[in-house]
Design a protein around this ligand. Structure first.
Ligand SMILES: [Zn+2]
Length: 203
């Protein structure tokens, strides 16, 4: 275990949340595209991977697919969590919903904090694409593991350093298969990663 590693803490209030119908449909539609390509899913050992989030217009909160939802082709409202607070240093999030937010919601928070214009973040897993993009796109250090405060800080720093016209993609060097893509809205975030997937698959 890395020195100084702080275990992820989820302050979860288990209660029903209601996502506005139009937003829910958009989340469902974009996520199902990622699911079909295997960018979000479940490994044979039953562990889910990948998540998608959208920032609320009014404040710093965001809605994210909950933990252990990777296996479903289609999601219900109860599969989402609303993140209302977080602390990188303490490696903690505060969330509500019938499903809790995973440790990866901190990486989403890091992108939102760095770039106020970003409205949606997707985190996918894809080994061959990850290997192709590794160090060809902004990449976090291989030393930095998933679910650590260091990952949140590294993603925040890399997000800040992106040039306005640069593709909004970050490769998580120490989180094998992990890639982040983001954009002003859900569609932009999803198409960024799907375009990369399609452009690279035939090479
Ligand atoms: Zn991941």
């Amino acid at each position: 275990m890395t020195e100084g590693y702080i275990k992820f803490q989820c302050n979860w209030v288990q209660k029903e949340i209601r996502i506005q119908e139009e937003l829910f449909q958009a989340l469902e539609q974009e996520r199902s595209q990622l699911f079909k390509l295997g960018l979000i899913g479940m490994y044979p050992d039953g562990i889910g991977y990948g998540n998608i989030s959208v920032k609320s217009a009014e404040n710093k909160t965001f809605i994210i697919t909950g933990s252990a939802t990777g296996q479903y082709a289609h999601l219900k409202q109860s599969h989402f969590a609303s993140v209302s607070g977080y602390n990188f240093e303490e490696n903690s999030v505060t969330c509500e919903g019938m499903t809790r937010a995973s440790a990866e919601s901190l990486t989403h928070a890091a992108v939102y904090e760095a770039l106020p214009e970003v409205g949606a973040v997707v985190h996918v897993h894809c080994l061959w694409l990850w290997e192709k993009l590794l160090n060809n796109y902004p990449t976090t250090s291989e030393e930095i593991e998933y679910g650590t405060p260091e990952m949140a800080y590294a993603v925040k720093n890399l997000s800040c350093s992106l040039a306005p016209k640069q593709k909004k993609v970050i490769v998580m060097g120490g989180h094998r298969e992990g890639i982040l893509a983001f954009g002003r809205n859900l569609k932009e975030a999803t198409s960024t990663i799907i375009n990369l997937f399609n452009q690279n698959k035939n090479d």
